[in-house]
Design a protein around this ligand. Structure first.
Ligand code: NOJ
Ligand code: CA
Length: 693
């Protein structure tokens, strides 16, 4: 009998379950929102989402609830509200696509805490390509609350494959892992997966502003729910928030205001892997543009005094190897002028680099003694070249925030319109990069920069969550292992760049800094004084790529600020550099056409009447056929001259990385373009319209 009582209780409670269905506008994604009071696993929370895609079981989200205050209380349902279907189209000043359709159905669950009287609303939106929900918590008094955590759990109905980096609150600069979902201990988001039934998904968050970031951690307790789907569930992840330093309780912070609206927790859904890339749900879950003149933030191609430091040829400090000298700056500006390049970045231009890795006290308004900033800026201006000013903070946020307003005003006064920031180093005061403190700082920098008309390219950032829609001055960022790792470590595997579009780039643009033509660093022979400054001597390193793949990355790894990262001497007179001269990253339209995470990817884009196509592969050679049907999607023109920047048949990233070919052919939208990608290779194509024949 003892055993029978909980069993009977479970039956009774389950039969009392409320089920409320909300579907995607096209009806193919069905979310069953249900009340789940009897839960012998969590015991404190009652709402769940069961997501089905095309009638296949997809994912279950359980324990929809925040963990607030001292006691875990029950939340009772007051009402369920359904909003009319939203279907609208809006525009971005720059992006992969300038026109975005926002189309979803919404359901709102209004609940209240039985003891606290606080209210907890759970807002759920279902798009044709994903599901999102967020918590809106309102306090019933003014005493504040402690956010101890987020109880949300993600339950996978079957095993599958996933692509992720480990959960880490200080950095995203890790190699990606492709592994079974069930073997994944923890992960940062975007967390991309393919279930056994072939459906793809990616868990991330949108509009992250005032709270710590979320990561996923395997629920080690296992899951012992009581429905059939619980029993079949292979893996359960719980949400793990970055902790604040100011709290004695881990994973918590104090809610001072009367309400807490969380980020949207997003689950993008695709029948094909590339559907995840062609998905604007994260942008749709952010607020419309808040800036008065978004058109001032323009995509730019840039070069910079940068790679020399990573190879150890140059230094950031003003010694005999100093990179940012006045003479070097002029050389880079001249190169930009001659090569149709919009901007030049100077790292090491300012004072304070001697303390990098120490007290981290950079000065953001005073130049190094051998860098005549006024004449450099005047010269750039006379040539119509923008200067991207570098602000490495070393992670010393208090030092940066003391100077931030003045530094941004200085930029604005000096005609500078873009800043590359960096946070390479631990934060002081026990705070960590991805905590609420970090999130709030990155938002403050973005908002302050906007007041001074400055675009930002944030290195060591908080992961993007679509804020660029609201603040289009937040143009690019790093937030993954970029090119720099190839200069001073074992480097990035050839699969890395064909994993990024399906993972990190789902969140937003990435400043990967591609385009290294001197793949094995032959140039080091000319610089006997170069020095190791990080993990490994550059002489033992290389880029694991072919040359044509470097060209393809300018298109594949979307960034409106796109760098040709090599030393300019490696581009001088190089035929493959013509692609960078010619292409215009101010895209109107983009679509990922083919690909699988970690294997290969093919993406098409359009700027005005010119189309681009790029493809890249991992270490496997690949022959692919790309139907060019996209060429007929806009306008009348159907004949194009295609210029292909490709791997030669004998190219191989290991043994023959620089073997390339540049060829031309006439194509139409009916052409099936055949491309050969070498091991570790790639290809980039420009399609210029010719008159209709
Ligand atoms: C790390 C950044 O990712 C890199 O681009 C920069 O050169 C260094 N920090 C120095 O600021
Ligand atoms: Ca970095």
């Amino acid at each position: 009998m003892k055993r029978l009582i909980p069993f009977l209780a479970a039956i009774l409670l389950l039969s009392a379950c409320n089920h409320h269905i909300v579907t995607s506008p096209d009806g193919d994604i069905r979310v069953n929102v249900f009340d789940y009071h009897y839960d012998d696993y969590s015991q404190f929370c009652g709402w769940a989402l069961n997501i089905k895609v095309d009638n296949h079981q997809f994912l279950q989200v359980r324990n929809l609830c925040l963990d607030v205050a001292e006691s875990r209380e029950a939340y009772h349902l007051d009402t369920i509200l359904r909003s009319p279907e939203v279907d609208t189209t809006w525009h971005l000043p720059w992006g992969e696509r300038k026109e975005v359709r926002e189309h979803y159905k919404e359901m709102l669950l209004r609940t209240h805490g039985v003891t606290s009287g606080d209210s907890l609303d759970i807002r759920i939106r279902v798009f044709d390509n994903g599901v999102a929900f967020r918590y809106e918590y309102r306090l019933s008094d003014t005493t504040g609350r402690l956010l101890r955590g987020d109880n949300t759990r993600y339950l996978f109905p079957s095993d599958g494959t996933c692509w992720s980096i480990p959960a880490n609150f200080e950095s995203y600069e890790f190699a990606y892992r492709e592994q079974p979902i069930s073997q994944t201990a923890d992960a940062n988001t975007p967390f991309t997966f393919r279930l056994k039934n072939g459906i793809y998904g990616a868990i991330h968050e949108a509009n992250l502003r005032d709270m710590p970031e979320m990561t996923l951690v395997r629920d080690t307790a296992g899951y012992h729910g009581n429905t059939d789907s619980d029993k079949q569930a292979k893996t359960c992840f719980k949400t793990w928030l970055a902790p604040s330093a100011d709290s004695a309780i881990q994973y918590a912070y104090h809610i001072e205001s009367r309400q807490l609206v969380t980020s949207w927790r997003t689950i993008s859904i695709g029948r094909k892997a590339v559907d995840l890339i062609n998905n604007d749900m994260i942008l749709c879950l952010n607020e419309p543009c808040a800036l008065p003149h978004p058109e001032q933030y323009r995509p730019m191609k840039y070069v910079g005094v940068w790679w020399g430091m990573h190879l150890g040829i140059n230094s950031w400090v003003p010694d005999s190897r100093h990179g940012a000298t006045t003479a070097n700056a002029i050389r880079y500006i001249d190169f930009a002028t001659a090569n149709n390049i919009d901007a030049v970045l100077f790292e090491g231009w300012n004072q304070g680099w001697e303390q990098w890795g120490g007290t981290q006290v950079f000065d953001f308004t005073h130049a190094a003694p051998d860098f005549d900033i006024d004449s450099v800026l005047a010269y750039a201006k006379s040539k119509g070249v923008e200067v991207i000013i570098h602000h490495e903070t070393g992670g010393n946020i208090p030092n940066y925030e003391t100077q931030m307003e003045e530094a941004y005003a200085w930029c604005s006064d000096h005609g500078v319109h873009a800043v590359k920031t960096g946070y390479a180093g631990g934060f002081p005061n026990r705070e960590i990069h991805h905590s609420r403190y970090g999130v709030q700082h990155y938002a403050r920098a973005m908002q302050t920069a906007a007041q001074y008309g400055l675009a930002l390219d944030v290195h060591e950032p908080i992961k993007p969550t679509g804020l660029r829609r609201t603040y289009p001055n937040l143009m690019s960022g790093e937030g993954a292992r970029g090119m720099e790792w190839n200069a001073w470590s074992d480097g990035n595997a050839p699969s890395h760049q064909v994993t990024l579009p399906f993972t990190r780039l789902l969140a937003g643009p990435m400043d990967y800094t591609p385009g290294i033509f001197d793949i094995t660093y032959k140039c080091l022979g000319k610089y006997p004084d170069s020095k190791q400054w990080n993990q490994k001597d550059a002489r033992e390193c290389r880029v694991h790529t072919t040359l044509a793949k470097q060209v393809s990355l300018w298109v594949l790894l979307y960034s409106p600020l796109v760098m040709a990262a090599d030393l300019i001497e490696n581009y001088e007179g190089h035929p493959m550099f013509q692609f960078f001269r010619d292409f215009n990253p101010d895209y109107d339209w983009s679509e990922a056409l083919q690909g699988e995470p970690g294997q290969f990817v093919v993406i098409a884009r359009r700027t005005n009447s010119t189309y681009y196509l790029a493809a890249a592969t991992n270490e496997e050679a690949r022959d692919i056929t790309v139907p060019l049907t996209f060429l007929s999607r806009e306008g009348r023109r159907k004949h194009f001259t295609a210029t292909l920047y490709a791997d030669s048949p004998d190219a191989d990233y290991r043994s023959n990385p620089t073997s390339y070919s540049i060829t031309q052919q006439e194509v139409t939208s009916r052409t099936n373009l055949k491309l050969h990608l070498a091991p570790g290779g790639g290809c980039a194509v420009i399609f210029r319209p010719v008159e209709d024949k």
